[in-house]
Design a protein. Structure first.
Length: 182
């Protein structure tokens, strides 16, 4: 499919879009917590994919690594242009941890919760968690997307998971205090 797209096959470009659009959108949503911005950025990623597909070179990594490199660059541009990041209250980050993944409403709530939790991490930590655990990329692929070595990716992952655990513990502690005073 990628080879066909590289040689100008429009239907292959459409197939690539169909195959990767949801994954790119989820990445953008988790990083921005805004569905409209995520949609706009996702569109930009695929415009850039179409513009650059003729120069794509297979370097032994999955096509998704190249696509997420474009997505990350587009997200960085967005943050530069907007000049701000969203601040999320710790109170907004928790709810019931168990989610029925087959229920679209529960899935959407779970996505929103994760997006809010991720706001407590650095940009690189967010990227590692999303690319590795949400998108399922291997450490080598994540390293390629982030332009880092695998050791740095493992270190970022470790620090991110520790930070998420602390944020969740703090939030649960805060909720317990509120229940005790109610």
């Amino acid at each position: 499919m990628v080879e066909r797209a590289c040689s100008g096959d429009r239907s292959a470009l459409g197939e690539l879009y169909q195959h990767y659009a949801d994954a790119v959108y989820r990445y953008m949503f988790y990083r921005t917590s805004d569905p409209v911005i995520a949609e706009d950025l996702t569109s930009d990623v695929f415009v850039r994919m179409v513009e650059g597909i003729a120069s794509y070179e297979d370097r032994g990594l999955p096509f998704s690594a190249w696509l997420f490199t474009i997505a990350r660059a587009r997200l960085i541009d967005h943050w530069r242009w907007s000049g701000r990041k969203r601040v999320v209250s710790l109170d907004d980050t928790t709810r019931d941890a168990l989610v029925d993944e087959h229920d679209p409403i529960e899935r959407a709530l779970s996505d929103q919760r994760l997006a809010k939790l991720l706001q407590h991490l650095t940009d690189d930590q967010q990227d590692v968690i999303i690319l590795k655990f949400v998108q399922g990329l291997e450490n080598t692929e994540v390293a390629h997307v982030l332009n880092k070595n695998e050791g740095a990716v493992k270190s970022l992952q470790h620090r991110a998971l520790r930070r998420l655990a602390r944020v969740m513990a703090e939030s649960h502690s805060h909720q317990d205090e509120e229940r005790a005073t109610a």
